[in-house]
Write a protein that binds this ligand. Structure first.
Ligand code: ZN
Length: 138
C-alpha cells in the first residue's frame, strides 16, 4: 500500500473566506501515484473547515449569512472564550462546517459527485494556516 502526505498552506487576507482547493488535492493525488484508495483532507486549525459542496458564489454568500446568524462575530464580548481573543464565533463556524472530508480515489481520479468540490473554509484568517492531505491506496 502506498501512502502520501502533503500540507497545503493558506494565508487568507480577510477574516473569512471559502477557497476551492479541489485542484490542489488533485495535484497531491497525481504526486502520490495512487489510483485506487482514499484521500483525507482536514483543516489543521480549530477555526477553519474543510467541506464539500457547490462552487457557486450565491451559495457561499448564503453560507456567510447563515453562519453569521448562528454564530455572530459581534458582540465579541458575548462569548466567554473571548478573553484575550475575539474568535469564539470562528470556533463555532468551524464546528458547523466540519473538520474534514474523505473522498474515494477511483482510476486515479477523485470520485466526486457531479457538482461536488472541496473547499477550505476560513473563519479567522490573516495568518498562516494548514490543511493536511493524506492519501492511502495503491
Ligand atoms: Zn480561540
Amino acid at each position: 500500500m502506498k501512502s502520501y502526505r502533503k500540507e497545503l498552506w493558506f494565508q487568507v487576507p480577510t477574516r473569512r473566506a471559502f477557497i476551492n482547493i479541489t485542484p490542489e488535492v488533485e495535484m497531491a493525488l497525481a504526486e502520490s501515484g495512487v489510483s485506487e484508495g482514499l484521500v483525507l483532507v482536514n483543516a489543521m486549525h480549530i477555526t477553519a473547515s474543510v467541506f464539500i459542496n457547490d462552487d457557486e458564489s450565491g451559495l457561499h454568500h448564503d453560507y456567510e449569512v447563515w453562519l453569521e446568524k448562528l454564530a455572530p462575530h459581534e458582540p465579541v464580548s458575548g462569548y466567554r472564550h473571548n478573553v484575550g481573543e475575539d474568535n469564539a464565533d470562528a470556533h463555532m463556524k468551524r464546528q458547523i462546517m466540519g473538520r474534514e472530508v474523505v473522498v474515494a480515489i477511483s482510476d486515479g481520479r477523485l470520485d466526486l459527485g457531479t457538482w461536488e468540490q472541496i473547499f477550505y473554509g476560513e473563519f479567522d484568517g490573516r495568518r498562516k494556516k494548514r490543511v493536511l492531505v493524506k492519501i492511502i491506496g495503491e
